[in-house]
Design a protein around this ligand. Structure first.
Ligand code: ATP
Length: 253
């Protein structure tokens, strides 16, 4: 199993934002985490990536307990994420944004960087090549020298994914990747995510409100409501689950 999450809970004061959350994610699978506003989805991401320490429960990545490790250690171990609100280095170029993440993967230390050792030069060439390949794949290569904040919104969202992928993750967490995209951009993004899942042999856990996107992309879904899992299963099963319909109707009212 790639990711094993058991009985994860998080209290904020008296509020149980996440309550007894257990899931397993297999290698090379796309799972959707859905639920009404405030259900606890982003809190789950923050627990998986070490931003918050859980009140209870554990997270294992390939059998190794990574619960409440520091976020950069969790990144090194293989979980990368994007954020609901874009968090690029706005004044750096597109390429520099990717290179910052790529440096999680280099094999030289401070000594190598200062004295520009052979391994440093070799690694710098590798990192640059890999960054450019990723940008090319996401249609951003021609814009690699522009400041990140000069890109249109949809491209900034794609750049966030490139940046997360640049850390060579085993599991990619995407928080509302299609938010603010037009239908064409959303359709393209679906194809991109399917492609990277297979080519990089990674798993994806994504939060998304666009149901067409979720249903078209995810192999399994987990539905949260008030911090608790109310349904799990294939998209078509979950869609017709009365508890899920009720949770979303409540939101519509
Ligand atoms: N740092 C925090 N301190 C206190 N309460 C918090 C904190 N973070 C989240 N919450 C609360 O926990 C609950 C779950 O929030 P969360 O952001 O995880 O929901 P969500 O499902 O991601 O919502 P949305 O779809 O609106 O992004 C909400 O009631 C929220 O107000």
């Amino acid at each position: 199993m790639l990711l094993e999450v058991k009985e994860l809970s998080k209290m904020f004061g008296g509020l149980k934002a996440v309550d007894n959350f257990s899931i397993e994610i297999k290698q090379n699978e796309i799972m959707g985490l859905i639920g009404p506003n405030g259900a606890g989805k982003t809190t789950v991401f923050n627990l998986l990536t070490g931003v918050y320490e859980p009140t209870m429960g554990y997270v294992k990545l390939l059998g190794e307990d990574v619960t409440a490790q520091k976020p950069y250690i969790i990144t090194e171990k293989g979980i990368a994420r994007t954020f609901q609100n874009i968090r690029l280095f706005k004044d750096l170029t597109v390429l520099q944004n990717v290179l910052v993440s790529k440096h999680f993967t280099v094999e030289y230390g401070l000594f190598g960087a200062i004295f520009r050792t052979k391994i440093y030069n070799k690694e710098e060439i590798r990192v640059r090549k890999e960054a450019e390949e990723l940008l090319d794949r996401f249609g951003l290569l021609e814009k690699m020298n522009l400041p990140a904040n000069s890109l249109p919104y949809g491209e900034q969202r794609r750049l966030e994914i490139v940046r997360a992928l640049a850390t060579n993750p085993k599991l990619l967490l995407l928080d509302e990747p299609a938010a603010g995209m037009n239908p064409q951009e959303t359709a393209e993004l679906m194809d991109l995510i399917k492609g990277i899942k297979d080519d990089f042999d990674i798993s994806v856990l994504l939060i998304e409100h666009d149901m067409k996107f979720v249903m078209g992309l995810c192999e399994r879904l987990v539905v949260l409501d008030y911090g608790k899992i109310i349904a799990k299963g294939k998209p078509e099963e979950v869609k017709n689950n009365p508890r899920v319909v009720e949770a979303y109707l409540g939101e519509a009212e």
